[in-house]
Design a protein around this ligand. Structure first.
Ligand SMILES: [Mn+2]
Length: 324
């Protein structure tokens, strides 16, 4: 899988690295790892993302390397890139307007991802659905090429695995993920400090958002299905981006007897970003697919139109079918 991608690294000098909208710890961490590695080879590399870095992950941005796409400011940068790396997503739509700007140029596209997809979006695709995180795949690519991540790269790659395994609690926390994490710690990282940076650094407003989400709880079918919601006006009141609701769905999922959970977060336009979680063999990747979304078997997402009542009714019906 790595041979053609490795060759593309050798044969080119100007790279762009990007991840999906609503960037998460895996996408951002994988970017930091790959960015650092390409720089260590003397390459010209930029990270340009479709939206701004969440305050939560500011600790990854010590070198100010994360740029937010601006169609005017980045026109020349995009025009002279030879290779664009897509990290942690497999659908062009997940790039928003940045996707159109990349399509308008003729750079080679390389996708590295672990989401299930029929056909990868890149000219080259390094897709492995058995990998716990995209950052783990970036690590394996670096090792394949004989490289060893330095502490800065290792920080990103460790955060990728930490966040996509739910702090080594999900079923993807397999021996391979643990082995890679252990090798990353060998570069001198302190796992307690990284954990504090990611999970011990909540703003007070985020606690208020969680409180609102929990207050909105609807328990259906004897608690086998849990629905939660966060209204847009509350995000505005708390001054926090939608990404600060990441993880709320996992809080609900820890309830005994809960087999599927759906969190509805309202966007400015009145549509809802819905995050799904399930246990065991209940497949919420299929459920998200019914609404044009996707993800993994036990964690997925989709967008639905409002109002909330109608969106929840549609999702409830789909979850009941998935449970049946
Ligand atoms: Mn991921």
């Amino acid at each position: 899988m790595w041979t053609p991608i490795s060759r593309a690294i050798d044969e080119h000098d100007r790279f762009l690295v990007t991840t999906h909208v609503n960037s998460d710890g895996d996408g951002l961490g994988a970017e930091l790892g790959l960015w650092g590695y390409l720089k260590s080879l003397g390459k010209d590399v930029r990270i340009v993302n479709p939206d701004a870095l969440s305050e939560r992950y500011a600790f990854l941005n010590r070198d100010g390397q994360y740029e937010t796409f601006d169609p005017v400011a980045h026109r020349d940068v995009l025009a002279d890139r030879e290779v664009v790396f897509f990290l942690d997503f497999s659908r062009w739509e997940r790039l928003g307007a940045l996707g159109d700007a990349i399509r308008a140029e003729d750079a080679l596209t390389v996708c590295i991802d672990h989401h299930p997809v029929d056909r990868g979006p890149g000219d080259l695709n390094g897709i492995d659905v058995t990998a716990a995180a995209t950052g783990q795949l970036v690590y394996e690519l670096i090792r394949y090429r004989g490289g060893v991540p330095d502490r800065r790269m290792a920080t990103g790659l460790y955060v990728s695995i930490l966040t996509d395994t739910g702090s080594f609690r999900f079923s993807n926390s397999d021996p391979r993920a643990h082995r890679v994490a252990a090798e990353l710690l060998d570069s001198g990282l302190d796992p307690a400090i990284l954990y504090e940076n990611v999970y011990g650094n909540w703003e007070l407003g985020r606690l208020r958002l969680l409180a609102a989400a929990l207050t909105s709880l609807r328990a259906e079918d004897d608690g086998r299905i849990l629905l939660l919601s966060v209204p847009y006006r509350l995000l505005v009141e708390c001054g926090l981006p939608m990404s600060d609701t990441d993880g709320f769905v996992d809080v609900a999922r820890s309830t005994r007897g809960a087999e599927c959970v759906a969190l509805f977060v309202e966007r400015e336009d009145g549509s809802y970003k819905v995050s799904f979680r399930s246990r065991g063999t209940v497949n919420v990747n299929h459920v998200a697919g019914e609404f044009g979304g996707g993800g993994h078997r036990n964690a997925s997402g989709a967008t639905l139109d409002g109002p909330l009542e109608a969106a929840q009714a549609a999702v409830l019906a789909a979850l009941r079918r998935a449970l049946a």
